[in-house]
Design a protein around this ligand. Structure first.
Ligand code: G
Ligand code: G
Ligand code: MN
Length: 523
């Protein structure tokens, strides 16, 4: 298991940090996208309000101007059509919306901008216009001048019923659409009078009830029975893109900042040093059993770390991590201190001559302070009580250049050397050739496979034969069943270690184990 992932479990491991940061990034994304959405929507709504206001002003001005300019015409003394016609024609020329102007008296059109003197019933000209109203507006499908084009008829009443001005206005929504084209979210408009409507997307009349619901804005003109509806999306595609972009940028910034801060703050290396200072490490001891007598002949010290938040962290993880972070030296020094302290307590319970196995990392062996650290530890230990073994894995031994000198020095200090986890690496045999060891610890991967007494393993047989030839004591790790113990003893393995005999024990449990030894294991 890679160290860093289990080291900080469950709160601090990189996966959790990554998950937390991703969640935080997502929250940032949602929050900033929401805020951006509100701001953009607000901005759009303001634009739509402005657009509505401008459109309203435009139409209102148009109507007001017509009213102002045309109404006085019908209050003139009843002139002949010839006398007023020029004025009418001038108005149509000046205002491009105006198609025709009729002057009406007593419900009779008597003069228009396009005809001479005439007499025509206003209701024939515009059947639906209500000449009693001060202002009437309606959409008409066609006018005599432009039979193909829908138009707007505006009735302006004069000073008595049946007297006034009727104007037909061409409806051309194109300028309006051009005007709003810059606003991508606007995609149509409708002019509504009564129950009729004309839209920019369909050049014919429709019922006002069939118009799409929820226009962006509906513009009313006070005093005119006329409405203008503007249609479109509340947000344009560009707006959505901006919202997503802002959300994404802030989300990524938030997520990465959190990742950075958390990995800095919860840097496991820092946690190890902190753990040492705060006394979060302790040592457990697993008895090593003499294969023939069944007696305890040694103890293997195994470092344990109980993190206040993450709980028990497996040594596999934190040891490798400490090795990678160059913290194995302070950690092993701490192990030396803990073991020395425990052994002063254990000395009274444990027979003299008991083996004490410590696991050393090859990274420590090559440290220039190594001799000094070991010397200090030997001085701190109870004198002449334990017989020391340093267990070294083959994992990284290749990096230790002067290993033989170090081994020789250790032997001169009465420390023997075990090759730990034998059989798990790639180059174990080369080490056996190169260096002299005292013990070979057979990895529990081999032992696990021994399921029956009839089990055969040419590899294990060869390993044991090799150990014999090299004059190495053998220790079988992870012995869990009587069959395994019998099988191994039968083949000359000298020591056992495993749950069959005892799990690793705290100092208190170990003292109890020695004071009240368990019944000999049936093996
Ligand atoms: O019992 P346990 O799960 O703790 O052992 C896991 C591995 O951690 C074993 O390979 C053991 O050698 C290693 N280990 C345990 N304690 C120490 C220690 O103090 N130093 C070193 N270098 N390795 C240790
Ligand atoms: O590699 P080393 O021998 O240092 O590791 C000892 C490891 O083996 C420790 O983690 C210890 O808890 C574990 N261990 C000891 N006895 C047994 C056993 O019988 N079965 C299993 N599965 N693990 C064991
Ligand atoms: Mn070991």
């Amino acid at each position: 298991m890679p160290l860093s992932s289990s080291l900080t479990r469950p709160l601090l491991n990189p996966r959790k940090i990554a998950c937390f940061s991703a969640t935080l990034g997502l929250l940032f994304f949602l929050l900033s996208a929401l805020i951006a959405l509100l701001l953009v929507a607000q901005h759009r709504a303001n634009n739509h309000d402005k657009l509505a206001k401008r459109s309203q002003d435009y139409v209102q001005n148009l109507f007001d101007e017509l009213k102002q300019n045309l109404l006085p015409l019908q209050t003139l003394p009843h002139l002949s059509c010839d006398a007023v016609k020029d004025t009418l024609t001038r108005h149509t020329a000046v205002n491009e919306n105006i198609q025709t102007i009729w002057l009406v008296d007593n419900n009779q059109a008597w003069c228009s901008s396009t005809t001479d003197e005439m007499q025509q019933d206003i209701h024939r000209l515009s059947p639906e216009t209500d000449t009693r109203k001060a202002i009437d507006i309606r959409l008409v499908a066609a006018t005599p001048l432009a039979p193909e084009k829908p138009a707007l008829e505006l009735w302006l009443k004069g000073d008595e019923a049946g007297k006034g001005v009727l104007v037909t206005l061409g409806i051309n929504l194109t300028p309006y659409l051009l005007y709003t084209a810059g606003q991508h979210e606007i995609n149509g408009m409708a002019i509504i009078t009564g129950d009729k409507a004309i839209t920019s997307w369909e050049q014919r009349f429709v019922s006002s009830h069939s118009l799409p619901a929820n226009p962006l804005r509906t513009i009313m003109l006070p005093g005119y029975p006329f409405q203008l509806a503007i249609y479109g999306d509340r947000l344009s595609v560009g707006d959505i893109n901006i919202v997503l972009l802002v959300g994404l940028l802030l989300g990524l910034t938030g997520g990465f900042s959190s990742l950075l801060v958390m990995t800095q703050y919860w840097r496991p290396g820092r946690e190890i040093l902190q753990g040492i200072r705060r006394g979060e490490f302790h040592v457990e001891y697993q008895p090593v059993i003499a294969a023939v007598s069944g007696d305890v002949c040694g103890l293997e010290a195994l470092l344990r770390w109980t993190h206040p938040v993450a709980g028990a962290i497996p040594p596999d993880s934190f040891i490798r991590y400490a090795e990678n972070k160059n913290l194995i030296v302070p950690l092993t020094r701490h192990l030396f201190e803990l073991v020395a302290r425990d052994c002063h307590e254990l000395r009274h319970e444990i027979p003299a001559g008991t083996g004490l196995n410590l696991n050393l990392s090859p990274a420590h062996l090559s440290d220039k302070e190594f001799y000094h650290d070991v010397t200090r530890w030997l001085e701190a230990m109870p004198q002449n009580h334990f017989s020391y073994v340093f267990e070294i894995t083959e994992r990284t031994m290749v990096e230790t250049r002067n290993a033989q000198d170090i081994f020789d020095w250790l032997r001169s200090k009465n420390i023997r050397i075990a090759l730990d986890d034998f059989g798990t690496g790639h180059s174990a045999l080369i080490y056996l050739e190169k260096f002299r060891f005292d013990y070979l610890k057979i990895d529990r991967g081999f032992v696990k496979n021994i399921a029956r007494e009839s089990f055969t393993s040419p590899v294990l047989d060869a390993v044991l034969a090799l150990a014999k030839k090299l004059n190495l004591h053998t220790v079988a790790e992870g012995v869990e069943t009587g069959e395994q113990a019998r099988w191994l003893r039968h083949r000359g393995v000298c020591h056992f270690q495993g749950f069959l005999f005892s799990r690793p024990r705290t100092v208190a449990q170990l003292i109890e184990y020695f004071q009240r030894p368990p019944a000999p294991v049936e093996s």
